[in-house]
Design a protein around this ligand. Structure first.
Ligand SMILES: Cc1cc2nc3c(=O)[nH]c(=O)nc-3n(C[C@H](O)[C@H](O)[C@H](O)COP(=O)(O)OP(=O)(O)OC[C@H]3O[C@@H](n4cnc5c(N)ncnc54)[C@H](O)[C@@H]3O)c2cc1C
Length: 386
């Protein structure tokens, strides 16, 4: 399989060169130790790649979504896992889109330089899950501060982030006309919050993904840390989610090509019954099938990027790109594992690691059924199902 050549070749070459300094062994070791790829994320930050979407006036490179997505694709295509750092690229989007001038000036240049990591977004709660508007964490204004009480679950990269964007209810559900109203976004300084109203409990999970339960017990944050209009936090958040979904679609595309490349190479080299296993249709057809699926999903990824870059509505395309790419990368992962037989299970082949990593994207940040219901309701005009 040829390496992609397109109008983004310069970005691809530069990111590939950086990723090549962090070979499989590096990512494998981080995974084994359940560590954080600090040196890798540092190198990406220093090279400016994490600041791709920050406007130049705030120290970023102001790249397009298409260009930013190439960075993420290449990280995963090179054997890495963007999940360790993708938050740094898109969480700040909410500040770019909804922040006040003071907030932009205060945070964006420091995020762009890497001095400040804002990699966490606190939305999911244990008792309400995908039903976001029912979330129970409350923020109440008191003496010029916001006082927060409640609980979150699966909040990623808290221990490798300085700031988090938190979604909390500011008007009780019973007092709003629409359930998506009365929610607000807040900027939380994690270092100050830890031990001062916020408790963090790490969740050991299938992937080496640093994620946590958070408990808020009268956490106080400054009044000016409200992000976007009070009561409109759902919209503040949603505006940035299409970028998140599109970037994750690109990561899955990167994974998909990585799996297909490994499967193709192994199928050509491994000889059983006196011939390469890839000579058997039972081995080569599933690889071809997976490749076709990745290529098709990639078209939707580019369509979503194009719409975002043209500032056009892109909710359906961003969701569909994420759905198709997550499905294609998972199918490619499965085929790659099968092609390798028993060796696919050996950690030193890296397939089982990437297999676990790519599986996540059918569940987080939005599960497949939620995408189906979005398309059913908003694209096909079917009745709302929940
Ligand atoms: C490793 C990891 C990292 C994460 N990082 C973050 C993070 O940083 N920040 C954050 O806020 N969240 C994070 N999440 C949470 C993630 O977004 C949620 O797990 C996901 O949105 C699904 O919510 P849930 O787990 O509560 O599942 P549930 O909402 O309980 O759903 C369980 C299953 O039922 C299905 N389902 C539920 N209701 C319906 C319905 N009405 N119709 C059809 N199907 C339905 C769902 O699609 C899903 O398959 C992370 C999760 C994981 C595993």
């Amino acid at each position: 399989m040829q390496n992609t050549t397109d109008q983004y070749q310069e970005i691809r070459d530069a990111v590939r060169a950086l990723c090549a300094e962090f070979p499989d062994e590096y990512h494998r070791k981080v995974d084994e130790q359940r560590g954080y790829p600090e040196a890798f994320v540092d190198a990406l930050t220093k090279a400016g790649w994490m600041a791709a979407l920050i406007p130049p006036e705030y120290g970023g490179s102001g790249l397009s979504m298409a260009e930013a997505s190439v960075i993420m694709e290449e990280i995963n295509r090179g054997g890495g896992n963007s999940g360790a750092c993708h938050g740094q690229m898109y969480v700040m989007n909410a500040i770019v889109r909804s922040g006040t001038t003071e907030q932009k000036e205060k945070y964006l240049p420091r995020i762009a330089s890497g001095e400040l990591r804002i990699q966490s977004m606190g939305v999911t709660e244990p008792t309400t899950g995908s039903d976001t508007t029912q979330l129970k964490t409350m923020a109440v204004k008191k003496d010029g501060r916001w006082v927060i009480n409640g609980q979150k679950v699966w909040i990623s990269r808290i221990q490798h982030s300085d700031m988090m964007i938190l979604l909390a209810r500011t008007t009780p559900l019973a007092e709003v006309k629409k359930r998506s109203e009365g929610l607000s976004c807040f900027l939380v300084d994690l270092k100050t919050a830890m031990g001062n109203g916020m408790t963090v409990r790490p969740i050991l999970n299938m992937v080496n993904h640093e994620t946590n339960e958070l408990f808020f017990d009268n956490l106080e944050i400054p009044e000016e840390n409200l992000l976007g209009p009070e009561g409109k936090g759902f919209k503040t958040l949603l505006d940035g989610l299409n970028a998140e979904r599109t970037l994750i679609a690109a990561e899955c595309i990167g994974d998909g090509y990585w799996f297909i490349d490994r499967a193709r190479k192994y199928a050509g080299e491994r000889r059983v019954f006196g011939r390469p296993i890839g000579q058997n249709q039972g081995v080569q057809f599933p690889i071809a099938d997976a490749y076709i699926e990745v290529e098709a999903a990639n078209l939707m990824r580019w369509k979503a990027c194009e719409l975002i870059d043209a500032h056009k509505p892109c909710g359906a395309e961003a969701n569909m790109a994420k759905y198709l790419a997550a499905k294609a990368s998972w199918e490619a992962a499965n085929v790659c594992l099968q092609t390798h037989g028993g060796f696919g299970f050996a950690c030193e082949y890296d397939i089982e690691r990437k297999f676990r990593e790519t599986r996540l994207y059918q569940v987080a940040p939005i599960s497949t059924n939620m995408i189906f219901s979005y398309v059913a309701e908003h694209v096909l005009g079917l009745p709302r199902s929940f």
